[in-house]
Design a binder for this molecule. Structure first.
Ligand SMILES: [Zn+2]
Length: 97
């Protein structure tokens, strides 16, 4: 899923600072993300780099948590929205290029 595809699909990404003393949460600014990473950046495949690029504007922490959803999911109030797009850090695709 590239950033351009995210926008095309109306995706919405909430970013949560992992710093317990901060707890800042903000919606991802896609325009800013694209400016930084490019529209073809694959945030699923390149998750580590994506999270590294996200910096808390309040405390400067990196590697926040993200929750991905879209308009339909939010309307449905689906629980799946909470985990959709979340890939465990250790997960690897099955070797195909
Ligand atoms: Zn923070």
């Amino acid at each position: 899923m590239t950033l351009a595809e995210d926008i095309a699909h109306g995706m919405y990404i909430m970013v949560y600072c992992e710093n317990q003393a901060c707890n800042h949460a903000w919606p991802l600014d896609f325009a800013l993300a694209i400016e930084k990473l490019g529209p073809d950046f694959d945030r699923v495949k390149d998750r580590e780099r994506f999270l590294h690029a996200l910096v808390c504007s309040k405390c400067g922490s990196r590697y926040p948590s993200i929750i991905v959803s879209n308009e339909a999911m939010r309307k449905a109030g689906s629980k799946a929205a909470a985990t959709w797009g979340m890939i465990p850090p250790g997960a690897k695709s099955d070797g195909k290029k």
